[in-house]
Design a protein around this ligand. Sequence first.
Ligand SMILES: [Zn+2]
Length: 140
Amino acid sequence: MDANEKVAYLKGLMDGLKLGDDNDTAKVLRAIIDVLGDFADDIDELSELYDDLADQVDEIDQDLSIVEDDLYDEDDDIELDEFDEDAEYYEVKCPKCGDDICVSEDVLLDGGVDCPNCGEKLEFDFSTLTENSINAKNED
Ligand SMILES: [Zn+2]
């Protein structure tokens, strides 16, 4: 029995009392049953809205799962292929030995790296940074 059916049942019980239209007690009871009827209608309406909302959340959840799967796939690709064309690499010339060093964007953002050839500590000068080249400056 839903809320509206319970209210209808109460109305039936009250009619069964045969109190008559002019009876004060009957007026109060009718007013109370009217209010309960309004509540029951509101609850029905909210239940429908809630069901719709729950369905939409389910759909969003499923869509999100698809997006998450895509994202994880993308991560796997980057791990499998270190030299992914999307990955940013920069060529740096060591000022001491003249060796060309390939550094990733992460290393670049750290601000420095040791030359793998001569061990010179290279610091990067971001003021001269261009698309695919960067000047390494000597510490001295
Ligand atoms: Zn070097």
